[in-house]
Structure formats: structure tokens, C-alpha cells
Design a protein around this ligand. Structure first.
Ligand code: NDP
Length: 281
């Protein structure tokens, strides 16, 4: 199964399907990521706040894969938005991953109610890390259209991606459009709504018509809309299932029917970026 790549606005490219490690326990991360790499995933999405970057690094080293064959993303901890803290946090990420250059580093949350609402200075640090060649690409996560407009206007540096919650029950079209306006590619987090898509009758019906599973048709729906996905699973069979989405396609009508399951704000599984202010201890 060949995973397509998506061209980013800085001339680099990213595998459209990856493996996410949110809520993978630190002590199980190396083994879990090793299994994902065996299955064929070549794009890993981690974050400082997941506390499992070291396990990701361990799996990368153990895989024997060439560094160029892997795409690694991490994200800045909410507690380190001040510029010097952000620089130190990035150094720690690199130490834990044990690699020389990161592919993609993101501001995890904009935190507009903290740090005097100044996520622009934080963004400038990411731009500086890219200038220094320590990271190939920089992007953001959970940025609402106004947040994105502001960093682009004030710095002239355009993120390559915006990683936001998107799945059939929360299609988040405003934030998707706000990203596309700047030629920013959307990464859809919780792409299978944390597993909830398996119980949806419409998705089940479409899955049966294709001889596929609800998770597979949902991931295929994202891919056909041009978004990047990295479903998480602790189980090899599900990793394999979620990887096998490039041998069929949905009709326009099916894409529309899945999009029609949107419940607006009620469909969110995670916090609202405008008010989210969690900072780890
Ligand atoms: P997902 O939508 O990927 O769902 C993961 C859940 O679904 C797990 O409970 C998993 O259970 C289950 N699951 C996986 N595959 C299947 C399947 N084929 N059939 C049925 N159930 C399945 O949710 P996540 O929240 O993990 O999102 C994915 C990734 O997105 C994260 O790992 C992280 O990288 C990123 N993310 C980013 C955020 C951000 O703020 N930037 C926020 C949240 C996520 P099991 O493990 O037992 O298989």
C-alpha cells in the first residue's frame, strides 16, 4: 500500500497518512511505534505534552529505517510559550527524540487567554528554528481563523499545516476554510472521533457497500477531502486496518453523506481553542 504525499507551502512534502501517539503510555510507546513502523507507517505525530517523545525516538533508532524515510512531528508544550522557554523546550524535544533535525514542529494550542494573548512571539521562535535548520517545517495546531490571520499578518511567515479537530461529527469547516485561505494544509486530529464512527449507521452502511470497515471509510473520507490523518491505535490489527485505505474510493454522494453527519459545536470531542487554557504542572 503506497501512502500519497501532500505538497506543503514551503516546498516540502508529508505522507498523508501517519500514526498518532496521543494517550499511548510512555512505557509502551517504543513497542507501539515499532509495530506501527512494521505495519508500514512512516509518519509519526507526537507532542511534548504526550510525554512519550523518548519512546518515539527509541522506536525510530530500533527500526533501522533511514531518517529520510521517516516524517516526525512534535508540538510545543502549553507551559512554554514564552520565547526562551520555547527554545529550551525545543532542545528538550530534540534530546528526547534523539534526532538531528525534526520534520515539523507545531504550536500545540494558541492559548489566547494566556500569555497576554501573545502567541505571535511564540510563532516567531518557531520561524527562527526553521531559519536555523533545526526543523524543516513549522506549523500550528488548534488555530482558529483569527489566530491564523494574525500570525500571518504580523510575521509574514505562513504555517505549513494547521492541526485541528475534524471528523464526521465535527467537520470544523470554518477552521478548515480559514486554513485553506492561506494555503495551509489541514491535519485532522481524532479523525475517527476516538473510535465513535464505528457505531454510526450511515458510516456502517457505506462501509458495508465497499466491504470496508467504518474506520476505513472515515479515513478515506478525510483523504479524499485532502486532509492529513494519523489515527492512533494500540492494536496491530487496527493499525493494519487503518493503513488499508488506498485500494478503494468513495462516491461524491458518499463523501457528502458522511459530511452531513456534522453536529456543529456539539460534535466536538475536545476543547474549544478560544477558551482552552490547560497548562501542565
Ligand atoms: P482517533 O480518532 O485516532 O481514535 C483513537 C481511538 O480509536 C482509540 O481509542 C483507539 O483504540 C480506537 N481505534 C483506533 N482504530 C480503530 C478502529 N479501526 N476501529 C475502532 N476503534 C479504533 O483519536 P486520537 O484522539 O488519538 O487522534 C489521533 C491523533 O491525533 C492523536 O494520536 C494525536 O497524534 C493527534 N491529536 C492531536 C490533538 C491536538 O490538539 N493537536 C488532539 C488530539 C489528538 P485502541 O488504541 O484501543 O485501538
Amino acid at each position: 500500500m503506497t501512502v500519497p504525499t501532500i505538497a506543503l507551502n514551503d516546498g516540502t512534502s508529508i505522507p498523508q497518512l501517519g500514526f498518532g501517539v496521543f494517550q499511548v503510555p510512555p512505557e509502551e510507546t517504543a513497542a507501539t511505534v515499532s509495530t506501527a513502523l512494521e505495519v508500514g507507517y512512516r509518519h509519526i505525530d507526537t507532542a511534548e505534552m504526550y510525554q512519550n517523545e523518548a519512546g518515539v525516538g527509541e522506536a525510530i533508532r530500533a527500526s533501522g529505517l533511514a531518517r529520510d524515510d521517516l516524517y516526525v512531528t512534535s508540538k510545543l508544550n502549553n507551559g512554554f510559550h514564552e520565547p526562551d522557554a520555547a527554545r529550551r523546550a525545543f532542545d528538550e524535544t530534540m534530546d528526547k527524540l534523539g534526532i538531528d533535525q525534526l520534520d515539523l514542529f507545531l504550536i500545540h494550542w494558541p492559548l489566547p487567554t494566556l500569555y497576554d494573548g501573545d502567541y505571535v512571539s511564540t510563532w516567531r521562535v518557531l520561524a527562527e528554528l526553521k531559519e536555523q535548520g533545526r526543523v524543516r517545517s513549522v506549523g500550528v495546531s488548534n488555530f482558529e481563523p483569527a489566530h491564523l490571520d494574525r500570525i500571518v499578518e504580523e510575521t509574514g511567515v505562513v504555517p505549513v499545516v494547521n492541526q485541528i479537530e475534524v471528523h464526521p461529527f465535527f467537520t470544523n469547516e470554518d477552521a478548515r476554510k480559514g486554513s485553506h485561505r492561506h494555503d495551509v494544509v489541514v491535519e485532522a486530529w481524532s479523525p475517527i472521533a476516538k473510535g465513535k464512527v464505528v457505531d454510526d449507521p450511515t458510516i456502517r452502511e457505506i462501509a458495508e457497500a465497499h466491504g470496508k470497515t467504518p474506520s476505513q471509510v472515515t479515513l478515506r473520507w478525510h483523504v479524499e477531502r485532502g486532509d492529513i490523518v494519523f489515527p492512533k491505535s494500540m492494536k496491530r490489527e487496527r493499525m493494519e486496518e487503518n493503513f488499508a485505505i488506498f485500494d478503494f474510493s468513495l462516491t461524491e454522494d458518499e463523501v457528502a453523506r458522511i459530511g452531513g453527519l456534522d453536529r456543529g459545536e456539539e460534535g466536538r470531542t475536545g476543547p474549544n481553542p478560544n477558551t482552552f487554557d490547560y497548562v501542565p504542572d
